[in-house]
Write a protein of this length. Structure first.
Lengths: 154, 297
């Protein structure tokens, strides 16, 4: 899927992505020629079709985690299936070295992610923070990461 | 009419490749290919028909080859009707994060086992995916094939001599596996001597031949039954359907019916270890030997 700016005859470039909590997907593209922007609005079915392929419209910015599609899609995942699903506070204290610090609000939000995927989601956030030189996670920073990464429901 | 450049016209335009969907799908394929490169042989166990003993044979064959000192893995690609976690005794076990993917638990006989059951919370939960309610048929198969891809590529199988893949019933499931693993070292087609089973397996055979699968062997399961009183063998089915073996597929094994096989295997104790001298166990051990020869293991 590509968007062509017809007047300029140029392929539009991915600009940003939003994943509202209602299952829809919004992806903004801009024309490198005239600067005009347009947003692709996908309904929940269309969003799901793309998501099921394990791909992200507009591309990925952090590498795929192992079993990302399955772990992010399964309903009723077993909390103990992966040994990376240990209680967060403890894990965070232990690994508080090079990674970003989590504010209490951010930790609380992470705790709400089902433990089956929490370890994976956390690693995705941390990879993203490293890429962006971010040293502290707050709920606001998480919002930014979440929409940049296209993490639906995570 | 205006001429507007097509997708293919612009596909190669600079800067686009890394972020495209085909580019991401290609990256997934490469990841899978890299993983398969560490696996000596993929042996798929399929039928097309349900309930003919694919999973029980997979578990027992895996253990049998493991007992020969080979490094063996078993992937339960039957996501909706998983059995291998139970049959290989890993229910409740966990995956550990490795440098190179998720390290699967080790089951009976040292077999590395991956099955959907290991990821599901409730023992009786049907497989459910998050997504918009209704019309799930449109994406469900896609997620499930993607999941099998991940279970192949994102699992740190380590160096394996052979990876068994237990394929769900339905000839379409064989086709899907061949999309992911186009060139398995061997395909075992399991049938019972019933007319219905043979007809379905004949379709699977046609499919596998068209896909040019290198080695295809037939396994006739539940052929005879030994009377517990006198030991006399009785045919379990009276089939008028011609033997598949006569239709250009070689029969690699005939495995008799033995209630102990069902009991011990379903409880997670491999039958071939528990009753090595039973005729059914001997037949499976002989099949394992045949497979080793076919695969030069
Ligand atoms: N030779 C045999 N003798 C006795 N029991 C058997 C034999 N082969 C398989 N069984 C038992 O029959 C039942 C069905 O076998 P199994 O689950 O392996 O079939 P399947 O082909 O994998 O089924 P599905 O298509 O549902 O995946 C199991 O309880 C299994 O232990
Ligand atoms: Mg089965
Ligand atoms: Zn333009």
């Amino acid at each position: 899927m590509k968007f062509l700016c017809v007047p300029c005859d140029r392929v539009m470039a991915f600009a940003e992505r939003h994943v509202p909590d209602d299952g829809t997907l919004t992806v903004v593209f801009g024309c490198p020629g005239c600067g005009r922007e347009m947003a692709l609005l996908a309904n929940p079915y269309e969003s799901q079709l793309v998501r099921s392929l394990g791909v992200k419209v507009g591309g990925r910015t952090v590498p795929e985690q192992p079993m990302e599609l399955m772990r992010g899609s399964l309903e009723g995942g077993r909390p103990e299936a992966f040994n990376d699903s240990t209680p967060l506070a403890r894990e965070d204290a232990a690994s508080r070295g090079p990674g970003p610090v989590w504010s209490p609000g951010a930790l609380e939000r992470l705790e709400r992610v089902p433990s089956f995927v929490r370890g994976m989601v956390k690693r995705i956030y941390v990879d993203w923070a490293r890429q962006h030189g971010i040293s502290e996670f707050t709920p606001e920073v998480m919002d930014r990461a979440r929409s940049e990464l296209g993490l639906e429901g995570m | 009419m205006r001429r507007i450049r097509t997708y293919k016209d612009v596909a190669a335009e600079a800067g686009a490749a890394v972020v495209t969907i085909p580019g991401q799908v290609m990256a997934q394929r490469e990841r899978l290919a890299r993983r398969l490169a560490d696996i000596g042989a993929v042996a798929a166990i399929a039928s097309g028909k349900g309930g003919v003993g694919k999973s029980a044979l997979t578990a027992n064959l895996a253990v049998s080859l493991g007992a020969h000192g080979l490094r063996v893995g078993a992937l339960d690609s039957d996501l909706n009707g998983p059995s291998l976690a139970r049959m290989l005794g890993v229910v409740g076990a966990r995956f550990t994060a490795g440098e190179n993917g998720m390290i699967p638990p080790m089951g009976s006989g040292g077999i590395r086992v991956v099955s959907m059951e290991l990821f599901q919370d409730g023992a009786d939960d049907p497989l459910r995916w998050r997504g918009p309610k209704g019309e799930s048929w449109a994406w469900r198969g896609v997620i499930e094939t993607g999941t099998i891809r991940e279970l192949l590529s994102d699992v740190a199988w380590g160096k394996l001599d052979v990876l068994f893949v237990d394929v769900a019933p339905g000839t379409d499931r064989i086709a899907r596996l061949l999309d992911l693993v186009p060139d398995p070292a061997a395909l075992l087609l399991v049938t019972t001597p019933s007319a219905m089973a043979r007809r379905v397996v004949a379709r699977s055979l046609r499919l596998a031949r068209e896909a040019r699968v290198r080695r295809i062997g037939l396994v006739e399961n539940m052929t005879t039954w030994a009377c517990p009183g006198c030991g006399a063998l009785t045919e379990l089915y009276e089939s008028s359907e011609p033997q598949l073996a006569s239709r250009e597929i070689e029969c690699w094994a005939e495995v008799p019916f033995d209630p102990r096989l069902a009991r011990s295997t379903d409880e997670g104790t491999p039958f071939v270890l528990a009753y090595p001298d039973a005729p059914a166990a001997r037949a499976i051990t002989a099949l394992a030997t045949r497979l080793r020869r076919e695969l030069h293991l």
